[in-house]
Write a protein that binds this ligand. Structure first.
Ligand SMILES: Cc1cc2nc3c(=O)[nH]c(=O)nc-3n(C[C@H](O)[C@H](O)[C@H](O)COP(=O)(O)O)c2cc1C
Length: 218
């Protein structure tokens, strides 16, 4: 690393004093509170406010994380789409426990979500697939996500081939592509505060399916 960069890493500091998160203002339903913050992140100019980090664990207990896009908050959970045969798809097949992490830098906010995943009903995946731009549909068909390929040309040739094949025809949703619903059992809202005395409100699902709210030390 360049010395200036090393120096920057050691000395960069941020002030966290933009907002606060108090028990009296938080929505008792964490999915509603999440929607409020997501809306505020978009309103604040974050065009990628729906991007999040999904962490899964594979059969050797090795965790792995990647960025995905949130597409809905409904059915009591969080929806995203991917390739069921991808590395993350294989992880989730054998271990349904996953976590999602949202970072809204400008608002100095983080949301950590833990829960279990299930497949979205096939009809909903098909409906969403239909709404995607044609190029994205063809790309989903062309890409065997996560496998090693020889070079970029292999992918482009496959894309071209499929484009020709489906000319003037609807692109069918590949069987291995679809949605997941993460049903949360824990959601933590983090708001940066002055003097590093950050707000952390954790919602945990109780045995009666109520949400218990606790404040965590920062
Ligand atoms: C901003 C952004 C958005 C992404 N959105 C998705 C998505 O919604 N679904 C998806 O499968 N991959 C998405 N990706 C690609 C994933 O991060 C990842 O490369 C891919 O899903 C393969 O992951 P895996 O090999 O761990 O299964 C996105 C990447 C970025 C940077």
């Amino acid at each position: 690393m360049k010395p200036e960069l090393i120096q920057k890493l050691k000395t960069i500091r941020h002030d966290y004093s933009k907002h606060q998160l108090l028990e009296e203002n938080v929505d008792p339903n964490p999915l509603k509170q999440f929607s409020v913050w997501l809306h505020e992140a978009f309103e604040n100019g974050d065009e990628m406010a729906n991007s999040f980090i999904l962490s899964t664990v594979n059969k050797n207990n090795m965790p792995s994380s990647r960025v995905l896009l949130l597409r809905d908050v409904s059915h009591g959970g969080f929806t995203f789409f991917s390739n069921y045969a991808s590395n993350k798809g294989k992880d989730m097949e054998q271990n349904k426990n996953v976590s999602m992490l949202f970072l809204w830098k400008e608002l100095q906010r983080q949301v950590r979500i833990e829960g279990t995943v299930q497949f979205l009903p096939e009809a909903e995946s098909a409906e969403y697939f239909k709404s995607r731009p044609r190029e994205s549909q063809l790309a989903a068909l062309a890409s065997e996500q996560s496998i090693v390929i020889l070079n970029r040309k292999v992918l482009e040739d496959r894309f071209y081939e499929l484009t020709q094949l489906h000319e003037n025809k609807a692109v069918p949703k590949p069987a291995h592509w679809g949605g997941y619903l993460l049903v949360p059992n824990k959601i933590e809202f983090w708001q940066g505060r002055e003097s590093r005395l950050h707000d952390r409100l954790q919602f945990s699902l109780t045995a009666n399916q109520d949400w218990k709210i606790e404040r965590l030390s920062p």
